[in-house]
Ligand binder design. Structure first.
Ligand code: UDP
Length: 414
C-alpha cells in the first residue's frame, strides 16, 4: 500500500525551466524524486511558491505527480536570501492541503521549506524529512558577503536538524559538515542524489560533435551550471588560458542581464577577454536538459570548479555519459568523483592544478577511457534516481510506521 507524499520546495519550482539563476540542482532533485516516487506507486504533491501571475497554479508533471504553486508573498521573483519573510504565508497556504490529504510524510528542501515542514509536523503529527541542498555555515565561509538573513538561516538550520524526524545528507561529507557546524543532535541518513540514466547516457560522439559544430580532433572542455561566483568559473577560465595545448572551452548556463547571474556572466566574459581566450571560448547559453547528453558526450572533459558544492548534479550527469570529470575536492564532489578512478580532484581556486589535471586527461587517451568506463559503472551502481527514490520511500514508510506506534502507545497509556 503506497501513500501520499508531499515534497515542499518553497524556492525551487520542480516545473521551472532549469539552468538559470536559482533554478538548478534542487529543482531537478525535487522533480525527479517526485516523478520516480509516483512511478513506484505513491501519489506525490510538490509544493512551491507561485512567482508570476501567468504561471498555472497546478502542473501535472507525470501520472500521480503534480506541482502545486501556492500563494506566498508577491507574484514576482524574490531572491532566496529574502524569501524568509514569506514563510508564514506559505505555511497558511499549505495547511489546508496537509489537513485534507493525510500525507505519509513531508520531505522538505532548503531551509525555508524545513521551517514550513516543522510547523506541519507540530500541527498534524506528519513525519518530516529534510534535505538542505546547501548549508549556510559552509556557504558563508566561502563567500565574501554574508546576507542580513544569515543568522536566521543558521538558527533555522540548527532547529531543523534537531527537530525533523530525519535529515537526509546527500554525501558523507555533507553529514560530517552537519555534525561539525550545525548540531551534534538529530538523526541523519545518507542518501545521495541521482541521475536519470535512461536520459543521461552516451550518444554517438561523432554525430554529437558534428551537430554542436566541434571539429573532430579539437579538444573540448565543458562547464555546465549556473553563473554564480561560488561555482568557480573564473578558476576554469584561468586554467584553460595557461594550458600548453589550446583547447576549446564551452560554458553552458543561462542568465538574465539585470540579475545576479547576469553580472557574473559579464564578469566571466571580461576575464575570458583579459586572458586572451575569447576566440576559443563559446558561451552556449542555457542548455536544455534534452540537449545535455550530446554536450557531455562531445566533451573530452567536464570541469566542476566550485568553491563549495553540497552535491553537484552536473558531475554525475557527465559521468553517466562517460565523460571524465575534473572537480574541486569539496563537499559532495569528493563522494561522487573517485580521484584517479572516475576523474580527478584538485584543490578549489587552484588554476594551475586544474590546468594540469585537464591536460593530463586530454593527453592520455588510455587514462580517459579508463576513467570513462569506471564513471558509468559508478553511476549505475550508486547514483540513479530510481534507487534514490526507493530508499527515500522506505524511509518515509519507516517513519510513518514509527509515528503510528508511538501514537498507539501513548493512547494506550492514557
Ligand atoms: N542545467 C541545465 N542547463 C544549463 C545549466 C544547468 O539543465 O544550462 C542543470 C544541470 O544539468 C543540473 C542542474 O542544472 O541538473 C545543476 O545542478 P547542480 O547540482 O550541478 O548545481 P546547482 O544549480 O544545484 O548549484
Amino acid at each position: 500500500m503506497y501513500g501520499r507524499i508531499a515534497l515542499v520546495s518553497v524556492n525551487g519550482d520542480p516545473s521551472a525551466v532549469i539552468g538559470a539563476e536559482e533554478a538548478g540542482g534542487q529543482n531537478v532533485y525535487v522533480r525527479e524524486v517526485g516523478r520516480h516516487l509516483a512511478s513506484l506507486g505513491y501519489e506525490v504533491d510538490m509544493f512551491t511558491r507561485r512567482i508570476d501571475k501567468t504561471q498555472p497554479e497546478i502542473v501535472e508533471e507525470a501520472p500521480n505527480c503534480r506541482t502545486i504553486r501556492l500563494a506566498a508573498g508577491p507574484l514576482e521573483f524574490v531572491r532566496r536570501d529574502d524569501l524568509h519573510t514569506y514563510i508564514p504565508h506559505f505555511i497558511e497556504s499549505l495547511t489546508p492541503y496537509v489537513k485534507r490529504r493525510g500525507y505519509t510524510a513531508i520531505h522538505t528542501h532548503y531551509w525555508h521549506s524545513g521551517i514550513v515542514g516543522l510547523a506541519m509536523g507540530d500541527r498534524f503529527g506528519v513525519p518530516v524529512v529534510h534535505t538542505y541542498h546547501s548549508l549556510g555555515a559552509i556557504k558563508y565561509m566561502n563567500v565574501a558577503e554574508v546576507p542580513p538573513s544569515a543568522q536566521l538561516r543558521l538558527s533555522g538550520e540548527r532547529r531543523i536538524l534537531e527537530q525533523a524526524d530525519r535529515v537526509v545528507a546527500t554525501s558523507p561529507q555533507e553529514a560530517e559538515h552537519m555534525r561539525s557546524y550545525v548540531s551534534h543532535k538529530g538523526l541523519i541518513d545518507i542518501i545521495p542524489c541521482g541521475v536519470d540514466v535512461s536520459h543521461f547516457s552516451r550518444v554517438d560522439r561523432a554525430q554529437a560533435r558534428q551537430e554542436l559544430g566541434f571539429d573532430e580532433n579539437e579538444k573540448v572542455v565543458l562547464y555546465v551550471g549556473r553563473f554564480d561566483k561560488r561555482k568557480g568559473i573564473e578558476t576554469l577560465v584561468r586554467a584553460v588560458a595557461q594550458m600548453s595545448e589550446p583547447v576549446r572551452l564551452v560554458i553552458g548556463g543561462g542568465y538574465t542581464s539585470d540579475r545576479g547571474d547576469g553580472q557574473e556572466f559579464e564578469r566571466i566574459r571580461s576575464i575570458v577577454d583579459e586572458v586572451g581566450i575569447a576566440d576559443r571560448t563559446r558561451f552556449a547559453g542555457r542548455i536544455d536538459q534534452a540537449d545535455l547528453p550530446a554536450y557531455y558526450t562531445a566533451a573530452d572533459v567536464c570541469v566542476v570548479p566550485s568553491h563549495y558544492e553540497p552535491f553537484g548534479l552536473v558531475a554525475i550527469e557527465a559521468m553517466a555519459c562517460g565523460t571524465p570529470v575534473v572537480a574541486s575536492a569539496v563537499g559532495g564532489l569528493c563522494y561522487s568523483v573517485v580521484d584517479g578512478q572516475t576523474g580527478l580532484l584538485v584543490p578549489p581556486h587552484d588554476a594551475d592544478r586544474f590546468a594540469a589535471a585537464i591536460g593530463r586527461i586530454i593527453a592520455n587517451p588510455n587514462l580517459r577511457s579508463e576513467l570513462s568506463r569506471a564513471s558509468v559503472q559508478r553511476i549505475h551502481s550508486h547514483f540513479t534516481w530510481a534507487g534514490v527514490s526507493r530508499r527515500l520511500g522506505r524511509l518515509f514508510e519507516h517513519l510513518a510506521a514509527r509515528k503510528l506506534k508511538v501514537r498507539a502507545a501513548s493512547q494506550s497509556v492514557a
